[in-house]
Design a binder for this molecule. Structure first.
Ligand SMILES: [Zn+2]
Length: 220
């Protein structure tokens, strides 16, 4: 156990609570969260993350499937979805999967979420968030679809058709911030539909925002 283990667990519990408080979970509070620490991953064990406790979390080795046998077959599929993505993308430090109401509406409509809201850009999302074709949750076809979408280095989140969303971050707080911006965008785009539809940002917006953020970091 590394020294920072308790902190990692507290981080995940704090973010699970924030998902509830920010209205980022649908009524069943279904979600799974994980965070990478070197060659291990800390992951939630159950379907609901309401009132998450330390005993609802488990540490798993990233490199082998051997020690995943403590979990039932259903849950091993969720573990697979997380561990395969960590193995595929070294820059991913944390993953949140859940069903926020507005984001999930885009997922059931097979509509990508357009990057039309400035806070999304500030979270590093500057292209439409794509939809991964439906396949049973955690199946090889579903996981392969996710991995394919994440082969594009700019992909940090995907919609799972007829299901929900999977968002990554450098750490679990970063994944939460991205998810928050994504749900805000989905809600606003649906409202904008009644007003004639959302309008795209100027072509250069991403670079302008990135430049300003860099200047701000230098100044702070
Ligand atoms: Zn789900």
């Amino acid at each position: 156990m590394s020294q920072n283990t308790p902190t990692r667990e507290q981080d995940l519990i704090r973010v699970a609570d924030a998902l509830c408080q920010r209205g980022l979970l649908f009524r069943g509070a279904h979600a799974n969260l994980s965070a990478r620490a070197d060659d291990r991953v800390l992951i939630t064990r159950g379907g609901s993350v309401a009132k998450l406790r330390t005993e609802d979390l488990a540490w798993l080795p990233l490199s082998t499937q051997d020690r995943h046998e403590d979990f039932d077959a259903n849950y091993r599929e969720i573990i697979n979805m997380h561990t395969k993505l960590y193995q595929h993308r070294n820059d991913v430090g944390a993953i949140i999967h859940c069903h926020p109401a507005h984001v999930a509406a885009f997922a059931v409509a097979h509509q990508p979420i357009p990057a039309v809201y400035e806070p999304l850009l500030r979270q590093g999302i500057h292209t439409d968030v794509p939809v991964v074709a439906w396949a049973p949750r955690g199946s090889e076809a579903s996981v392969n679809g996710i991995i394919d979408a994440f082969s594009a280095p700019e992909t940090v989140a995907v919609l799972l058709a007829n299901h929900g969303v999977l968002v990554t971050g450098a750490d679990i707080e970063n994944a939460l911030d991205r998810l928050t911006a994504l749900e805000e965008t989905a809600e606003l785009v649906l409202h904008a539909h009644a007003l004639g539809g959302a309008k795209p940002l100027p072509e250069a917006a991403y670079h302008e925002v990135a430049e300003r953020m860099q200047q701000y970091r230098k100044a702070s």
